[in-house]
Ligand binder design. Structure first.
Ligand SMILES: Nc1ncnc2c1ncn2[C@@H]1O[C@H](COP(=O)(O)OP(=O)(O)OP(=O)(O)O)[C@@H](O)[C@H]1O
Ligand SMILES: [Mg+2]
Length: 175
């Protein structure tokens, strides 16, 4: 879209050896995300996209909230400290159907957008989005790779990377 990427892509990876570790990443992400931010989640069925969304929403919500794959409603809204919009592009026919959900207006709102199967709607995502690829490496282990090529997404990666480093976790940032 209009705000083209103009930076070298940055990446950071995090190995979660349990769901509790995924919750830690979710909590760091929750702190790093600001209103207007967009996270594009990629990974196979059962990789942990929804599980990570649940961690992020829980970290920013005063009350527990039910988070499930919004596959059949396409979009869910959670009332956290700021609105969190959760999309699942798996069943969308095409980018047009995504735009018909009113995403351009939602992207312009002071909320946070978390999108599962985001590669299917890549053409509709503002360049500032943070991409997270999730790889299944064992029954309870997952590799999360954060990628950004825009000033905003790079700032998010730096923020999360700093939190990882301070926690002394197994974080393995790479270029
Ligand atoms: N370390 C981990 N992090 C995240 N999920 C894990 C982990 N270990 C095991 N799991 C399990 O992996 C599954 C992840 O399911 P989830 O619904 O989050 O996948 P998804 O990527 O959203 O899939 P879909 O594309 O079907 O929506 C859950 O059953 C969860 O309990
Ligand atoms: Mg899901």
């Amino acid at each position: 879209m209009s705000d083209a990427a103009s930076h070298h892509p940055q990446q950071a990876s995090f190995i979660a050896t349990s769901e509790a570790e995924t919750d830690r990443l979710g909590a760091w992400l929750a702190k790093a995300l600001a209103p207007g931010d967009i996270v594009a989640l990629q990974g196979d069925l059962g990789a942990g996209k929804t599980r990570l969304v649940r961690s992020i929403v829980a970290s920013r919500s005063p009350q527990p909230q039910a988070v499930s794959s919004p596959t059949f409603v396409l979009m869910q809204r959670y009332d956290a400290d700021v609105p969190i919009f959760h999309f699942d592009a798996y069943r969308l026919r095409d980018v047009e159907e995504f735009l018909e959900l009113g995403v351009e207006e939602i992207f312009a709102e002071p909320g946070i957008c978390l999108i599962e199967w985001a590669a299917r709607v890549a053409d509709a995502l503002p360049a500032r989005h943070l991409r997270i690829d999730i790889r299944v490496t064992g029954p309870e282990t997952r590799e999360f790779v954060l990628t950004g090529a825009h000033a905003r997404s790079i700032a998010m990666i730096e923020d999360v990377r700093g939190r990882m480093a301070n926690s002394g976790s197994s974080a393995a940032p790479f270029r």
